[in-house]
Design a protein around this ligand. Structure first.
Ligand code: IVH
Length: 687
């Protein structure tokens, strides 16, 4: 029997010949999925289906042990039974840095630190290059490397221990005496430019996929399932930070870097202790001039307050430390022609103009689109109402300078006026939505009376573009992450009327025969694809609260805010009820509670309340909840005596600035309020 006939044959019914060809088929199929998952980061099947392939492979091998080959998927070094990396929660989150783009931004950073700490004396700051690689956390217990984890979303990463152990810069055992029992060392995995070029040259010869840039190369190499592949890649590591530490071996940032060097890590030799803004800027200029000859990619420099007790006091605001900042290098630029301006309608109705450019290479990447942000930006008016680009507007037909920085969407930074065609006319921004024809307006801020810079379609209920974008967001990777249901499928299903609300995705299987036939008959979509899609949908009927909240696509509620909300409210029921109650007005307890979550400001709170004030949104949420289970989130626990209390700071404070006092109270789980509310709650403490 030919092997294509055996995938559904029970393992105990297979003949030896059938088993042999079935194993060959499975090995090829698993290898192809591995490649898609690990190298292209574009899996085509669900984790569950992938596991089924592996289980079948293992079951056949168990029945016919002599058919096990050296290349069998079960024999690959570093492969895990499930074939995917385990998730690792970070005991101390791996957060990111705020950015400074100009000398003034750096001066502002230093000033902010001084003000927060109330100091005008000496302030030492460590300056070091910002390595363009990927961050890694290494956990040592009793001096032994026990786990390596990627950053992931900052709260949960992937366990890449086997791969990390192949990197020669990473010690398996820490050197010296008095090593703290638990040390989490953090830093950046990167590759030397010459090694990257060498790899791509070989890959080209061998017909393997080339890496787009050194950072992607480092990331791809670290996430190999077969650690012998990682071992063959010349990855390097600089240590510059830490997570959980059972004891601190030094009192300063600089002292910690020295300690990291002593226990066996490579630390960046350019790390310098500075004590003034001038010093920091000198360091920045020096590193910028050395950038091309360093041998590895950097995208700026990082400044960190040296004293660790001050770092502790400064703490974090949102997801960035107050005690550090990244000073980024200027972006790369190129000149091209603006062929057209297209208007895209986003999921919150925002009309975003997109520049359609004659393709041009900027810093090694071909750019043919750039964001134009909004009407004012095209007209050369900045967010603060002041002129930008020397007051020069952007017109179709213009020659423009395009800039790209890191992963940021390309921007138009200036217009070459000498080359403006005589026929070029000022751009007229549409006042109706191009997708549904409804009015598109610039909302007025009720407090300041200023017009919002974004023009929005007023038809949030039935505008097809908004509805479709909301669905794309709903199934996206960080939301419901449904395998096989990407932007393209959503567009098709939406156009065909098969899926118009999130709940429709989960009721797809219950449709009448005609609809199901319509589904199976689409191009490139057979009965197997339909089955795979239904399995992938079923696999997401249970979802974490934070993903659920993020998936709703509420304005201003990104992953970070979704997590804060999930942790605060715990269950979907409490969240839903509280949000509806918060809509009763700013004086309501539910609104006050929402507004007091650290990191959730009035703008975000109002956006959430506005979402739940729409009966249509609540209905869509309720329909969806009939189809899925939302798993409760872990609430932030705190045993501090002021946890859960509202703290009000009145009068003048002696040791703290008001900002620091507020941040400290919030860190201890309290809610800090700026003023005594009209109706003080019994649990409010006054300090
Ligand atoms: S310190 C609390 N130092 O930049 C943040 N980060 O945006 C601690 N990075 O994810 C990070 N070089 O991957 C720090 N010398 C350096 C760095 C550095 C590169 C990366 C790191 C982090 C990102 C922050």
């Amino acid at each position: 029997m030919a092997s294509r006939d055996t995938p559904n044959t029970a393992v105990d019914k297979l003949s030896e010949a059938q088993a042999k060809s079935e194993l060959t088929r499975l090995a090829a199929e698993i290898a192809a999925h591995d490649k898609l998952y690990y190298q292209s980061d574009a899996p085509k099947i669900s984790d569950a289906d992938y596991d089924k392939l592996r289980k079948r492979n293992n079951a056949i091998e168990a029945r016919f042990p002599k058919l096990v080959t050296k290349d069998s998927p079960s024999n690959r070094v570093g492969a895990q039974p499930s074939g995917r990396f385990a998730k690792v929660p970070h005991a101390v989150p791996m957060l990111s840095l705020g950015n400074a783009f100009s000398d003034e931004d750096v001066a502002d950073f230093v000033e902010r630190v001084r003000k927060f700490l109330k100091i005008d004396g000496e302030l030492d700051i460590v300056a070091e290059p910002k390595i363009d690689g990927l961050s890694l956390s290494l956990r040592y217990e009793d001096g032994e490397l026990v786990r390596g984890a990627t950053r992931g979303d900052g709260f949960t990463g992937e366990d890449v221990t086997a791969n990390v152990k192949t990197i020669s810069d990473i010690p398996h055992k820490l050197k010296g005496r008095n090593i703290p029992a638990v040390c989490e060392v953090r830093g950046e995995v990167y590759i030397l430019g010459r090694d990257f070029i060498g790899f791509n040259k070989r890959a080209e010869k061998e017909g393997i996929q080339l890496a787009a840039n050194p950072r992607n190369f480092a990331a791809g190499s670290l996430r190999q399932k077969d650690s012998s592949i990682t071992a063959s890649r010349p990855l390097k590591f600089f240590a510059y930070a830490w997570g959980e530490m059972s004891a601190m071996p030094a009192k300063t940032q600089f002292g910690m870097i020295e300690w990291l060097g002593k226990v066996g890590f490579s630390t960046n030799p350019l790390t310098t202790l500075c004590d003034s803004v001038d010093d920091l800027l000198k360091f920045y200029r020096k590193i910028e001039s050395k950038r091309a000859s360093l041998g590895y990619d950097i995208d700026g420099v990082v400044y960190k307050v040296d004293r660790l007790d001050w770092q502790e006091r400064l703490g974090f605001v949102s997801r960035n430390p107050r005690w550090a900042v990244a000073h980024k290098f200027a972006a790369e630029q190129a000149t091209t022609i603006l062929n057209d301006i297209e208007i895209q309608v986003g999921r919150t109705g925002a009309l975003t103009p997109v520049a359609k450019l004659a393709p041009v290479t900027v810093g090694g990447v071909v750019v043919s689109n750039a964001t134009l942000h909004n009407d004012d930006y095209i007209k050369a008016i900045g967010n603060d109402g002041e002129p930008i680009r020397d007051g020069v507007d952007i017109r179709i037909g213009d020659t423009v300078v395009v800039q790209r920085a890191g992963d940021v969407i390309p921007q138009i930074v200036s217009v070459v006026l000498d080359k403006r065609p005589k026929s070029a006319k000022p751009y007229k921004f549409p006042t109706v939505c191009p997708a549904c024809g409804s009015h598109a307006v610039r909302e007025e801020d009720p407090k300041s009376g200023e017009l919002d810079s974004v023009r929005r379609c007023t038809n949030s209920l039935t505008c097809p573009a908004q509805a479709m974008e909301r669905l794309k967001h709903f199934v996206a990777r960080n939301a419901f992450d449904i395998d096989g249901l990407g932007d393209k499928q959503i567009e098709e299903f939406f156009t065909d009327g098969l899926v118009t609300t999130p709940a429709d995705i989960f009721t797809l299987q219950k449709r009448d025969a005609r609809s199901l036939k319509k589904l199976a008959n689409r191009e490139g979509f057979g009965a197997t694809s339909v089955k795979n899609l239904f399995d992938a949908i079923d696999a997401r009927r249970k979802i974490a609260l934070q993903r659920f909240i993020y998936a709703l696509g509420i304005r201003h509620v990104g992953e970070g805010n979704a997590k804060l909300l999930a942790r605060h409210y715990g269950t979907v029921d409490v969240f839903r009820k509280s949000m509806i109650a918060a809509g009763k007005g700013e004086d309501s307890e539910a609104y006050q509670d929402l507004n007091s979550i650290e990191g959730i400001g009035a703008v975000v709170a109002n956006a959430i309340v506005a979402f739940f004030a729409e009966p249509h949104s609540v209905e869509a949420v309720d329909e969806l909840l009939k189809e899925i289970d939302v798993l409760p989130a872990e609430k932030v626990k705190s045993n501090s005596p002021i946890a859960g209390k509202i703290v009000v700071f009145t009068g003048s404070l002696e040791k703290f600035t008001r900002e620091e006092a507020k941040a400290t109270a919030e860190r201890l789980g309290a809610k800090a309020s700026g003023s005594v509310s009209k109706r003080p709650k019994s649990s409010a403490l006054r300090c």
